[in-house]
Design a protein around this ligand. Sequence first.
Ligand code: PMP
Length: 428
Amino acid sequence: YLAHQDEWESNARSYPRRLPIALAEGFGSYVRDVDGNVFIDFLSGAGVLSLGHNHPEVAKAAAGRLQVLTHALDFPTPAKREFLDAQLSMLPAALRDRMKVHFCGPTGANAVDAALKLCKTATGRGGVVSFQGGFHGATHAAMAVSGLVSQKEPITDGMPGVHFFPYSYCARCPLGLKPDSCETNCVSLLERSLQDPNGGIAKPAAVVLELVQGEGGVIPARKDFVQRIRALTRTLDIPLVVDEVQTGAGRTGTWFAFEQYDIEPDVIVASKALSGIGLPVAIILYDKRLDTWSPGAHTGTFRGNQAAFAAGVETIKIFHRDNILENVQKRGIQLQTRLAALETHPWVHEIRGRGLMWGIELADPTTKSPAVTEAAAVQYHALRQGLIVELGGRDDAVVRLMPPLNVTEEVIDQAASIIIDAVTTSCP
Ligand code: PMP
């Protein structure tokens, strides 16, 4: 399979290069490759499979819908209405009546693009502020507002008017400050730039923010950082777009991560895990006052995946019935507690995360430079021991752990043992 792919598939493919396996089937937190090897899957389709592979009830709901209506563009359908109502019901009460949904087609990057267009239309302004190390997708506009440089090379021109500011990456502060005395100077920098009439930047159409940078290395933003950005954008009347493509739909222990920051965003971008089992669907939820779009202003053929809608509704039912958010919190603490054994390891720079989204940043003990080779070795060692994990971060030196959200205590325990062994063996 891998040789066949080498010959016929685009060179841009990524995962199989570091994880050289061909997948045959999945079940819950496990996948089996074509040679019959079984792996614990802590990649979860890049955070998509919140209820694991082939969740039987969700798969059944999706399959049932496929026998009734497979495609309906953006016409109203019963499945779409149920999905929309279910999504709105997951918002905090204060936001529920203020928000509308736009169906974007069908990936996270498409939804980020839609959010940017919406804010530009509503404000009549150009320009976007986003953050160093952020990732928003691979379409041209989503890429242009992504600050994760490695994902943009070798595209040299971005989008005019995009300005990057430091993120609260305190383990390697971009301003060289200490977290307890920095007074979130990174936000002060943004504040000065937005307010300085001489030499500042023009008021942008939007500020786009990940609350936990996922691809950037699992970096939860500091609460004061987020709250100051929210206050600033409110004062200046700039829509705040939170990109919850990866953090949303339960990954961090609340339905959306912004709930943990006590803020109300103007636009929420959601996709990946909305259908629970990986059927494509992407939406933006946004404040009704931004809805200045004229009919047909933002279209797309695949904006009505009926099977994904049915799966999404079933997923939310299961979240309630099986207390999935509570499981995320409990299993997250379990994973964090086990990983604490690595905290004093000389190659471990920082262990961080929220809910079931964790990262172990590796660095050379002497130079503190990102331990790129060692991280790749940890990933490969884990694979050989039966655990699939992802790498991320500015230099791919962060080992990322993203189990399905209904993962059991036993599976977390087994995976934690493998990862501890992988770090210990690969970083001597
Ligand atoms: N935003 C964030 C925060 C993401 O993590 C991703 C995907 N990793 C995207 C946007 C893009 O989503 P997609 O790959 O579905 O286009």
